[in-house]
Design a protein around this ligand. Structure first.
Ligand code: 5AD
Ligand code: SF4
Length: 464
């Protein structure tokens, strides 16, 4: 019998929630191959670097980090580069960083076990040619690292080919998981157990969840959403990201009807100008976007928060077109905006477009937009002062002696607990009276009135 030491791995992740969740699944598949996850590079035999290439000089950052890893090769450590930069740069990574053993994009993660065998034999392994696959990455075990939220990928890849975006090139073709398998994973997450934690909040993930197509044709996205929300034990369901082109009223109706579906839709608009939207190949106009906003606002039972993404300085964006984005912000009064300067990305059509906007101009537009949005949010958030909202406990901020919470609308609600009351656990829910508002967060105090206490076991008095 051999008593070989169990091999260890460490995984470092950049990018979107999808990427973080991919890392949880990659970790799960390594564990099922007999590896053990460790929390530091020093303790790891194999170092995974899960990369993002959505903006900026992502490639340079990756090569810089890989150069730092090189000295560790002498200790016998191996390196794997995965994710969007891996897919984009491919075998160039071996040329520039010869100490790397494995390069794979997300469409190839299903083949990780065989790639691990290859690198175990001292060979190099690549997973770069699977972007046309119709298969999704299903893992028996997911190493869930978020203590309060279970992520479930429902659709991988993207077929939209927005003119600025690398994702269709890095993540490959759109492919959906069966709704049965999504529901099965959701049940496992709620049930908990050795692997999946007993969580009450689930977030359904996809680059474009509205393109979800059940391969067996059983459920639409809205039906799946509603059915996940109705599973016993579920308290909160979130989903991201929606594409306005396919966002429909059925989704709003589901949110209105199923209380566990959170009061929040993230609906990236990118620009308020129909001309720019057409140049971006977004497949909707300003008016169509506003129509969707009207559907969301018309929900009868719910006040649904709306957040968005905006790109400033897309090639050819005139001052007047930028002003249209500003007027859209005014019109919609978003609850949050993630704003970005346009960043040219390899392989994308926009990289060859004329009339690039200067860096200074992009910086100035971004500042104008952020200043205005801060004021919109200041007014928006102020409305909540005095209200009692349910917050999920996400963590503790010991420096400020506050509990970090999140509302159904996805707003940060940090709060204190009155003296003598037990501090609620991460993943539990508390009723919180909002006492102050900032442009990006709310502050409050947990409500411990007797009538609330009875409905809320977390609000128990500590017996001293
Ligand atoms: N430049 C700037 N922002 C981008 N995004 C995607 N690609 C680019 C790019 N090339 C932004 C979009 C998208 C978000 C995830 O990132 O706003 O919705
Ligand atoms: Fe980054 Fe986009 Fe890849 Fe996510 S899908 S990791 S945001 S490039």
């Amino acid at each position: 019998m051999s008593f070989e030491r169990q091999k260890t791995f460490f995984i470092e992740t950049f990018g979107c929630q999808m990427n973080f969740h991919d890392s949880e699944k990659v970790a799960g598949s390594l564990v099922s191959q007999g590896y053990r996850q460790v929390q530091s590079i020093e303790d790891a035999d194999l170092i995974f670097y899960n990369t993002c290439s959505i903006r900026d000089k992502a490639e340079q950052k990756v090569f810089h980090r890989l150069a730092e890893f090189k000295r560790l090769q002498k200790q016998g450590k191996k390196f794997a580069v995965i994710g969007c930069v891996a897919q984009q740069e491919g075998e160039r990574i071996f040329e520039r960083a010869p100490h790397v053993s494995l390069v794979a994009g997300s469409a190839s993660y299903r083949r990780l076990p065989e790639m691990l065998v290859q690198i175990g034999r001292g060979e190099r392994a690549t997973g770069l040619n699977d972007r046309d696959t119709e298969e999704t990455f299903e893992t028996e075990f997911t190493a869930r690292t978020n203590p309060h939220r279970g992520y479930i990928t429902i659709i991988e890849g993207c077929d939209k080919f927005c003119a600025y975006c690398v994702v269709p090139y890095t993540r490959g073709r759109e492919r959906s998981r069966t709704s049965e398998s999504v529901l099965e994973e959701a049940r496992r997450i709620v049930a908990g157990g050795a692997t999946d934690g007993g969580l009450t909040e689930i977030q359904l993930l996809g680059q474009n969840v509205n393109s979800y197509r059940d391969p067996l044709g059983r459920r639409s996205f809205a039906e799946l959403l509603a059915e996940v929300g109705e599973l016993p034990g579920i308290r909160r369901i979130r989903f991201t990201t929606s594409h306005p082109r396919h966002f429909n009223r059925e989704i709003v109706a589901a949110i209105d009807a199923v209380p566990t579906l959170c009061d929040h839709v993230h609906l990236p608009v990118q620009s308020g100008s129909s001309r720019v939207l057409a140049a971006m190949a977004r497949e909707y106009t300003r008016e169509q976007y506003l129509e969707r906003i009207a559907w969301i606002r018309a929900a009868k039972q719910r006040s649904i928060a709306i957040t968005t993404d905006v790109i400033v300085g897309f090639p050819g964006e005139s001052d007047a077109e930028f002003e249209q984005t500003m007027s859209l912000l005014e019109e919609v009064q978003f609850d949050g905006v993630f704003s970005f300067k346009y960043s040219p990305r390899p392989n994308t059509p926009a990289i060859a477009m004329e009339n690039a906007i200067s860096e200074e101009e992009k910086t100035s537009r971004l500042a104008v937009l952020n200043d205005r949005q801060r004021e919109i949010q200041r007014a928006n958030y102020a409305h909540y002062v005095g209200q009692v909202l349910e917050a999920m406990v996400e963590g503790y901020q010991s420096a400020r002696n506050q509990i970090a919470g999140r509302t159904s609308q996805n707003k940060t609600l940090n709060f204190t607990v009155p003296d003598g009351y037990a501090v609620p656990e991460v993943g539990s829910y508390a009723q919180v009276r909002v006492t102050r508002a900032h442009p990006n967060s709310l502050v409050g105090e947990m409500v411990c009135a007797p009538e609330v206490q009875s409905a809320q076991p977390d609000c128990a008095v500590i017996v001293i």
